[in-house]
Every structure is written in C-alpha cells, then in structure tokens.
Design a protein around this ligand. Structure first.
Ligand code: UDP
Length: 323
C-alpha cells in the first residue's frame, strides 16, 4: 500500500508514518512544516513540502502520487488558542481539509482516516464517553473537527469516500526516535517534563476547583504508538465509522505531576493558576467499539509507563528537533 500522510512531520503523524513504514508499506508525507519538523520525517518516506491551502498543489500531488489511502493529521489542535483565534481553526481544519478531500475525489482515492478528537463531545453526558454521546463542542477546535466529520458524511454519500473518524483523547509518549515537540508548548506532559529538564521553573496547574476528587481536570492519556496501531487497523475499513481512542483510564493533572516526579526524580514545583477557558472537567474514553469492531487494544494503560516513554525521548532530545 501507498499512504499519503498529511502532517507527517508532526507529533502523531511522524510516529504513524514510522509504524506504516515498519510494516513495509510506503508513505508520502505532505506537510508545510509550520508545526512539523523536517527531522521528524522518517527518512524512508517521500516528502512533499506543501500547504493544504494551495488547492492546485494538493490536486497535483494526489493526481501524481495516486495513493491507496490518505491519513489526515495536518491540523491545529490547541483548545486554548482556538478560543482566541477561531478563524485559524475553521480555515485550516475545515476549509483546507476540504481541498484535500476534493483532491482525493478528483484522483479517485477512496480511503480516508481522519484525526478527530474527543473535544467534539464538549461536556459529556456520560463518562466513560462512548460514541453515542451527543457531540456538542465547547470550543472552536472541537467544533472545527465536528464540522469536518459532517462534511465527510456527505462525501461518503455523494462520492463514496470511505472514512474512519478516530476521536483521540490525550496523545502522549514517544517512539524511540520520534516524540512531541511543539514550537509553542501548551500541553501538560511536555511542560511538566520541561521543568524536570530545568527549562521551566514550575508547572502551572490550570484550575483546582473542578468537580473531580482532587479538583484538577481528568484526562485519558493514550500512548502515541497505541494511537498509531489504531490507524493501521482503520486504513483497510470497508465501511465508514467513528471510534473513540483512549485507554478508559483517567488521570488528573495533579496525578500526572505526581507521577512525573517519580519518573524523573525531580521535585517539579507546581502552582495553581486560573482554569483555562474551554476545558471540561473529565474526559475519559470508552473504546469498546473499536475493540469490538477492529480488535484494537491499548498496550499501555497506566500513566507511569506513558510518562517513562515521554521522558526517555525528552531527556535524549532536550531541545526537541532543534529547529
Ligand atoms: N494543563 C495544565 N497545565 C499545563 C497544561 C495543561 O494544568 O501547563 C491541563 C489542562 O487544563 C487540561 C489538561 O492539563 O486539563 C490536559 O491539557 P493538554 O493541553 O495537555 O491537553 P488537552 O486536554 O487540552 O487536549
């Protein structure tokens, strides 16, 4: 198989690319390198530098490459930023995504795996969150991903585009070679580890008055290689479907900080700050559907080994990819 991976120079895209290549399939990475890094592109992949905003270029690329399937990671994915700059989210995540699927229709490519998110559910009615929870996003990031899911539904009906929406919970951890390096880091785990590396003085805890046992937000952290494994199962789907991807275990911000203290041996000072806009208190996945239908199961379910994996990469690459 030949798979075109948009965002293949980014965190999750780079590790999925690596796993696809390990199976002996081929990959074309399509990335504009605004969020991604050139050295995060597996050297076994072909790299096409381009922007999904350039409609003619993505049409030309799909027509030339004729991949069997497309995995679409390229997106903006920060809840907080989306609350101040919604335009960026609707433009990049919806409008530019439409350029990509139009190009697929034009080139006759019918298999699509979409990086969606648990943020499409907003404040869930039931936790663990299964796929039948109503999707009512509370930030433009989640809304943009939900809008694209809706667009995909119509492209299937009208153009026969088979798509799998994978609704990620909180991706974490690393492979031996590739890890998480955002130019502006807002995520909890890398920020906690930056304190242990001596690059930040302390970690901010955004809110300690949530309705949770210790008052801090609970998230479901899923190892990035487990996420990649789900993509490999999704790529051959005969029918369109949506699946939640988490471990089913939730850990609070405080528990993550405590576990990181154990893993790194560093005191990691923490200070409580205002709650961040757009953050629900508890997001925990039920992943029973993907287990039942595709046989997917996470290998890592506890926060400690996930943090160990992240720490191994960050301590080996204290400056990330260095660009
Ligand atoms: N968080 C925090 N301090 C930070 C970064 C994040 O307390 O420096 C909290 C954030 O409010 C959320 C959780 O940690 O409750 C996970 O946030 P992250 O940005 O990693 O992922 P998100 O859930 O927004 O996708």
């Amino acid at each position: 198989m030949k798979i075109l991976v948009t965002g293949g120079a980014g965190y999750i895209g780079s590790i999925c690319t690596e796993e696809i290549l390990n199976l002996g399939d081929s990959v074309v990475v399509f990335d504009n390198l605004t969020e991604g890094h050139r050295s995060a592109i597996d050297p076994r992949a072909k790299f096409v530098e381009g922007d999904l905003g350039d409609r003619d270029f993505i049409f030309k690329t799909l027509a030339e490459e004729k991949p069997d399937a497309v995995m679409h990671f390229a997106a903006n994915a920060l809840v907080g930023e989306s609350m101040t700059n919604p335009s960026k989210y609707f433009r990049n995540n919806v409008a530019y995504g439409i350029n990509l699927i139009d190009a697929m229709v034009d080139a006759g490519v019918k298999q699509f795996v979409f990086s969606s998110t648990c943020a499409t559910y907003g404040v869930p009615e039931r936790v663990p969150i299964d796929e039948r929870n109503p999707q009512r996003p509370i930030n433009p990031y989640g809304e943009s991903k939900l809008m694209f899911e809706h667009v995909l539904k119509w492209y299937e009906k009208i153009h026969g585009l088979v798509h799998v929406n994978l609704r990620y919970f909180n991706a974490a951890g690393a492979s031996e070679r590739f890890g998480e390096d955002h130019r502006i880091e807002t995520h909890l785990i890398p920020n906690v580890l930056k304190v242990a590396l001596g690059q930040r003085e302390r970690v901010d805890i955004f809110g300690d008055r949530y309705d949770t046992p210790d008052g801090t937000c609970i998230r479901d952290y899923i190892h990035v290689k487990d996420l990649a494994a789900a993509h490999l199962l999704a790529i051959g789907a005969k029918h369109s479907a949506s699946y939640n991807l988490g471990t089913g275990e939730g850990f609070s911000v405080q528990q993550v900080v405590d576990a990181a203290r154990k893993v790194t041996g560093h005191a990691i000072p923490a200070v409580v700050k205002e709650a961040r806009a757009g953050d629900p208190a508890r997001l925990i996945s039920s992943s029973l559907k993907i287990t039942a239908e595709l046989g997917w199961k996470p290998k890592l379910q506890r926060i400690q080994p996930i943090l160990e994996s992240a720490w191994a990469w960050h301590s080996k690459n204290p400056n990330g990819y260095g660009d």
